[in-house]
Design a protein around this ligand. Sequence first.
Ligand code: HCA
Ligand code: CU
Length: 385
Amino acid sequence: MSLESFSIIESTLREGEQFVNAFFSTAEKIQIATLLDAFGVEYLELTSPLASPESYSDCVTIANLGLSAKILTHTRCTLEDAKKAVDTGVDGVDVVIGTSSYLRDFSHGKSIDQIIDIASEVVSYLLSQGVETRFSTEDSLRSDSGDILRVYKAVDDLGVHRVGIADTVGVGTPMQIYRLVSNLRQEIKADIEFHGHNDSGCAVANAYAALEGGATHIDTSVLGIGERNGITPLGGLIARLYATDKNLVKKYNLPLLNKLDHLVARLVQVDVPFNNYITGFASFTHKAGIHAKAVLNNPETYEILNPEDFGMSRYIHVAHRLTGWNAVKNRADQLGLELSDDAVKYLTRRIKEKADNGSMTLDDVDELLYQAAKQENTAEEVAAA
Ligand code: HCA
Ligand code: CU
C-alpha cells in the first residue's frame, strides 16, 4: 500500500476545464496554479496545448512560473500531440488512448495491436526527450483486462514512468478498483495513477481503494469539477486520508483548502455545496442536544476531522427544537452571561416551545438569554439590598 508516499496530480486546469461552467483566463489559471502550489500538490495537469492557441501559451506560461509542483500537460496518444506538448517546456506529458470496445469501435477505430504500436512510438519519443511520461487507457474499467495489461506491459518494458487507470464513466466500485490496481502492481514496474469520475458517487472511495491496491498517484480537481459531475475532489481525498491518519496529509497546507474551494467556486459560478468535504457550511455544525453535549465535552465524540487543522471552526446550533441545555449554557458562556443551571434548563424549554411554534434564530435565543440574565441580576440586587 502506497498511502505513505502518494502524490496528487491536480487536474483542475485540465479535467476541471472540461466542467460545463469553466472558462479560465490566463490570469485565473495562474491564480489557481499558484494557490494549488502553495497548498502543496505534487503535480499540476494542464489542458492539451493542441486545444487552442491560448492553451498552448498557458502551458508555456505556467511551466515558467517557477512553481514547486511539476507541470504536466495531457494529450492524445499521437506523435504530433506529443511533440507539441514537449515544445511547451512542461516537466511531463500524460498521454491517453481509449481501449474499451466502445472507444475502439466508435471513436478512434484502432485494434489493440495498433494501440500497442502507437503507444510504443509515442512513449519512446517522450522518454527520448527526457520528460516524465505517463501512458493511460481511457475507460479502463470497460476495457478487457487482458487487453489493457498487454498495452501496459509494452510501455512498461520501454521504461514509462507511470501508467494510468481511468474510470472515465465513473462505473467502478472500490473493490473492482482495488483488484485492478493490485493485479497491475504485480505485473509492472512503473508507478500507477488512478483517475476516477464520480457519476455513481464512488470517486473518493475508488481513489482510496486505488491507493490501498498500490497506486502511487491520484488525480483530483478542486470541488471535483470536470466532465459531467466530475472526478475525485481534492478536499474529499484529503478528508478521506486525514480520517485514516492525519500524518498522511501533513505535507499539505490544509488551511488553504477553504480558499481553493471558494476561489474555484467563484470562478465557475457555483456555490461551495453545503455538504462539501471540510469546507461546506454544514461540515462542522452540530445540532441535536445529545451531539452538542458530547462535542462540548470532547469534540472527537462526533468529529473525525478537527476543524482547526483546516482553519475552520465548529458551530453548535442552538436555536431549534432539538437543542439541549448544555448547548444553551455554552451559548450563554459565549455571551459572557452568568446563568444558573436551573435558569438555563428553563430557557431551554422555552426555546423548544418557541421553536415548535415557528422558526427561531440565534438572535431570538440570545435575546431570551440576555433578558433572563438581567432578571437574575435584578433579583440578586433586590436580595442584596
Ligand atoms: C476524458 C479523458 C480522461 C483521461 C484520464 C487520464 C478520462 O476527458 O475523457 O488521462 O487518465 O476520464 O478518461 O479524463
Ligand atoms: Cu476524466
